[in-house]
Design a protein around this ligand. Sequence first.
Ligand code: NDP
Ligand code: 13P
Length: 351
Amino acid sequence: MGNEKERVAVIGAGSWGTALALVLADNGHPIQLWTRNERQKDEINDRHTNEKYLPGITLPDKIIAINSLEEALNGIETVVLAVPTKAIRETLREIIKFQLQPLTIVHVSKGIEPDSLLRISEMIDEEMPKRILKDIVVLSGPSHAEEVSLRHPTTVAVSSKNMEAAEKIQDLFMNQHFRVYTNPDLIGVEIGGALKNIIALAAGISDGLGFGDNAKAALITRGLAEISRLGTKMGANPLTFSGLAGIGDLIVTCTSVHSRNWRAGNMLGKGQKLEDVLMSMGMVVEGVRTTKAAYQLAQKYNCKMPITEILYQILFNDVNAKIAGERLMARLKTNEMEDLVDILSEQMEQL
Ligand SMILES: NC(=O)C1=CN([C@@H]2O[C@H](COP(=O)(O)OP(=O)(O)OC[C@H]3O[C@@H](n4cnc5c(N)ncnc54)[C@H](OP(=O)(O)O)[C@@H]3O)[C@@H](O)[C@H]2O)C=CC1
Ligand SMILES: O=C(CO)COP(=O)(O)O
């Protein structure tokens, strides 16, 4: 009895929820995996596969799929929330209808809400009554579900306002294939994960236009500069952007064919329309909505974000991708170290 591992609920049986359920099941945890799709529930329970989201992967018996949210949360203290950013509020509004003990919510989504400009932990804080919210932990980093489910070596960071809770989640997920670091910078970890999707869309467009590795390296490097610039203004530690949730995730998303953001960008670069691209993906492309949020944040914080701004024009104002790229290159000359000065002066102000 004493050796029984904690049961964990994973809410959302898309690629990431299912891959993380698999990591936890490998660690011996019985998993209550909630899906709103009846057919998918049967497929996971009867055939131990999730063909739409993780084709070819056999899921451990410890993962039980459940359609009822109430049942999935029964007796649970730790909830992994793995739905797209857009679905976070409505999912939480369903969750709080039930009789629950105080929950630790581990959110694994990568986005910022347009208009409210809230990070996901702030949205959770807003939606969850204090009596049923113990802690919020974010888990983020370079981690494509497709590779995690093959048990390929992967590293991520966890953060929380309560670092004891982050350490507990580190222990919950950590194993020989999945290495988890703690990072006390909650804002930086959330911002890094959300904003890299914008740069990945741009990198995909660049590849779709037929540009090469020079352009990709430029986007990654200057993308990191603008992520760090905005993130620091929002209160993040700039060092986080040199870590897993920063450059780590930026590299993997800009260079991997697994990335939905890169793939969507690639189709846009080849001339397809945004709505057609999103229809054909069948999975969430977080970077589109986050571009809108980051564009608004750049205005709010008076922060230069040329890649984000040009991507916004491509996505929402129908500016041709090739012309947009030319505009990006033709901006006024500048000094590469300008960012460093901006970031350092921001840090001085925060001291
Ligand atoms: N895939 C990856 O490798 C990684 C993804 N992430 C992040 O994880 C989050 C989830 O992504 P991912 O799993 O890949 O996305 P997918 O598109 O693969 O799956 C989304 C899941 O959320 C469900 N869902 C969608 N809308 C709603 C809704 N309104 N209410 C309830 N459930 C809903 C879907 O259900 P249904 O099938 O019924 O539509 C599906 O189970 C994103 O923020 C992403 O950035 C982070 C790291 C890695
Ligand atoms: O965040 C991810 C990898 O770390 C997944 O990126 P995509 O959403 O672009 O597939």
